[in-house]
Design a protein around this ligand. Structure first.
Ligand SMILES: [Zn+2]
Length: 104
């Protein structure tokens, strides 16, 4: 009698191509333009090292990913604690090329 409608609410689709609902925006800092993407706790599935404080961002903790706007592929993106990213512009802008930071 009742036709099976496949109408599941699509919310929090963390499955799929490693994605999830996230917000991406462009931010201008003293050191140029950056693409900033917010990663939800559910979307953070592995640990990253934050270049702001050099501490680890454990899995399950919401944070931001940022990379230069002219880096279209986001090859050099970095994962930051949210407060560290925001504090970044208050420090001396200094792009470190640390070799041991995870690349994504
Ligand atoms: Zn940090």
């Amino acid at each position: 009698m009742s036709p099976r409608k496949n109408r599941r609410a699509v919310s929090g689709r963390a499955a799929g191509n490693g994605g999830g609902p996230w917000v991406q925006e462009t931010e201008e800092g003293p050191d140029g333009e950056w693409i900033v993407r917010a990663v939800s706790g559910a979307g953070a599935v592995k640990a990253y090292r934050c270049p702001g404080c050099d501490q680890e961002i454990p899995p399950g903790v919401g944070h931001v990913v940022a990379w230069r706007a002219d880096d279209r592929d986001g090859e050099d993106r970095r994962h930051w604690h949210r407060p560290c990213w925001q504090a970044r512009t208050r420090r001396a802008p200094r792009v470190r090329r640390s070799r041991d930071a995870p690349r994504y």
